[in-house]
Write a protein that binds this ligand. Sequence first.
Ligand code: NAD
Length: 475
Amino acid sequence: MFIKGQWLSEGSQGKFAVLNPANGETVAEVANGGVREAKTAIEAAAEAFPDWSAQTAHKRSALLYKAYERLVSRKDEIAEILTLEQGKPLRAATTEVQYAADFLLWFAEEAKRIYGETIPSARPDQRFLVRHEPVGVVAAVTPWNYPISMVTRKLGPALAAGCTIVLKPAEATPLCAIEMVKIFEEVGLPEGVVNLVTSSDPKPIGEEFVTNPLVRKLTFTGSTAVGKMLAGKAAGNMKRVSCELGGHAPFIVCQDADPVHAAKGLQLVKFLNTGQACISPNRVFVHESMVEPFKETLAGRVSKMKAGNGLEAGIAIGPLVNSAAVDKVDAQVKDAVAKGAEVVCGGEQLTDNGLEKGHFFAPTVLNNIKPNMTIYREETFGPVAAIVPYSDDDDVLAMANDTSYGLAAYVYTQNLSRAMRLYEGLNFGIIGINDINPSAASAPFGGTKDSGMGREGAREGIFEYLETKLGGFSI
Ligand code: NAD
């Protein structure tokens, strides 16, 4: 834990172990904090706020730029820590650290572009001036599936805007957050500007975040259930809120698409991070004329994916986060099969060759998914591609939109009019058209409905941390 510029190796609740999901081994022990530390950290952030917010944007930008350079220079080392605590293959971990660094660079640049406005008045003696000011102390809660990029996606814009922060990373993956905070300390961020509270029990800390009057903004990434609960309480106390929550992305392969290209795309995005991504396709709508070639290409590629410890060479798919995640995926597959789904490949937990020590599920392709199956409605967060054959464009749009979530959607088509109609008609925050990676530090990331509110990254990202102040001048 890091509070008011001091590292604590133990908290009021002692320490807790961080386990490697690939083999169950203890990777490290970290301080276990509680309400006491959350309160102290919030107070430290409140104390640091006047000075930090009064720094010039150029000074804040320079510190963020230094943090960016330092993170890039430690990319390989931090990627290894990421794989140890989270499980994703080392190559994917390295890509994530670079993605995390991209947010620091982007917001180092955006810090200098928090422009105000002058607005013409109807009165000749009046002038309107608008400026944007930092909201104040930010409480940030981050998830385990992207343990470093979700930290910088919040801390980058918050620091650029002039806010001070208390960060609570996920209990499964605090180590990357610790490394990131070390970097902020090394580059000379003043005491109290970033505080880190690690804990095995997030509930009391979350409660403190949403009730403490010194906190002005909550930024949360995680499950819809927890996000709704925290956002409700925070809103009740008039705190600003942004949430990135769950998803249930449709992936539509139209009748004019190249099925091989689409299947390659699906394999890459669906099995990314073992399916543990909020933008992971959960329903793969394939035009009935394309199902056979699509299925064949997909199954051919998926059955070659080797599962194992992400630090070993040739591993394409890592473990799930814990045994509960394996049980959830297994239950969804069993439910689908019992209701008539075809198992094209995979379909079971992996327990041979040492994999029984970790939380592995075979990369799986199911076909003939129907709306009465759990997987059609509930987020899987695991390595299962669920194919839903369809026959009509209008039907597929209605089926794709028939979800309480609204984060990401994907379309494969070679027809420009169809692409535009689907882009406009899909009720989601992020639409990939023949593109499986519609995310970057420069692009707005976020969803609608049960997928949350607010946007991260891009020009928009910094406004989540700013208030608008109007000045009316009579001259
Ligand atoms: P979770 O909501 O239980 O945990 C996420 C974070 O919230 C962790 O830091 C956890 O410690 C914290 N948390 C849990 N209960 C809390 C409480 N009462 N008060 C304060 N903090 C609390 O989520 P999970 O089930 O571990 O993670 C998977 C979910 O996260 C999925 O549904 C996924 O879609 C979502 N997610 C979304 C995004 C996104 O960008 N939209 C990214 C990653 C994960």
